[in-house]
Write a protein that binds this ligand. Structure first.
Ligand code: PEP
Ligand code: MN
Length: 297
């Protein structure tokens, strides 16, 4: 840890940060690693849990069918947004939120299909509903520094996935995680989902996957780290290679957007993967995981 001692004060993470800004997130020694189970699925161990599903909960039938497919294909968690903090406020028939209805569908399918669920919360007033209906609370990028929301979610002691804001440094991200740990909730998964960079390779690249943040984080922090290559690339043809690279780089979980008919995805249709591609990708994920001493099963 001595290497990071005040080399670039004010920019990089310093020893003072580890001691005084995010002491609860900081590793106490090299082996310090947080492990916790969510529905018998261990985060922070050898297993790399797979979280998959559509961008958005489009209808009850739709999410049930996707859940059934994913369960059959050994996916550990179902994802999908019922509350969507979309970049632009206009909604259409294709571009909507199912809100409380969507959360209730999750609650039903979780009982029937027995697949645990992660979904994004946007407002404190829905915390009780989330606590009884889903398994992991997702704090979206856009709310990474919504501190009252972080604290309120942390107090429930539910596991939380904290997505990195696309404009925030690792230092800011750990500062946000510290708010959750400070409430006595250690069940935190950090999720890298791409950052904004002026120089990307095509106009449609909204974000750039910060793969380097994985080893950087592991040097100083004991929390498991997930990667969401779908949001990071915004472009399905790049999702496979970035998923495999994330596993090779040490990701502790992978979140993927999977949709039965990506072109028809209500939100972000360019980044979703179809069923067949996902099944093929899983085989490759397994091989890469094994090569770095991990597993996806
Ligand atoms: C999502 O996972 O559905 C999502 C909106 O991601 P992010 O907050 O990273 O943009
Ligand atoms: Mn999105």
């Amino acid at each position: 840890m001595s290497k990071i001692n005040n080399k670039f004060p004010g920019k990089d993470i310093t020893l003072d940060d580890l001691k005084n800004k995010f002491p609860l997130c900081a590793k106490k020694n090299n082996k310090h690693q947080t492990r916790f189970k969510v529905n018998d699925i261990l985060f922070g161990g050898k297993l790399i849990p797979i979280i998959a599903g559509p961008n958005t909960v489009e209808s009850e039938k739709f999410i049930f069918n996707v859940a059934k497919f994913l369960k059959k294909n050994d996916v550990h968690f179902l994802r999908g947004g019922a509350f969507k903090p979309l970049t632009f406020p206009y909604r259409s028939k294709q571009y909507f939120e199912t809100r409380e209805k969507g959360i209730n569908w999750f609650s039903n399918l979780r009982n029937k299909i027995k697949i645990p669920v992660i979904t994004e919360i946007t407002e404190e007033k829905y915390i009780d509903l989330f606590c009884k209906s889903i398994d992991i609370i997702q704090i979206g990028s856009r709310n990474m520094q919504n501190f009252p929301l972080l604290r309120a979610c942390a107090k429930t002691k539910k596991p939380i996935m904290l997505k990195r804001h696309f404009g925030c440094s690792l230092r800011d991200w750990l500062g946000a995680a510290e708010y959750i740990l400070l409430e006595g909730n250690n069940k935190v998964i950090l999720c890298e989902r791409g950052i904004t960079a002026n120089h990307t390779h095509r106009n449609s690249s909204r974000f750039l996957l910060d793969l380097q943040v994985i080893p950087a984080l592991k040097e100083i922090c004991h929390l498991p780290i997930a990667v969401d290559p779908s949001h990071a690339t915004f472009w399905e043809p790049w999702v496979e290679s970035m998923t495999l690279a994330s596993i090779a780089a040490g990701a502790d979980a992978i979140m993927l957007e999977v949709h039965p008919n990506p072109k028809k995805s209500a939100v972000d249709p360019l980044q979703a993967m179809n069923y067949k591609k996902f099944q093929n990708l899983k085989k490759k994920m397994s091989k890469v995981a094994i090569s770095v001493g991990r597993t996806i099963k």
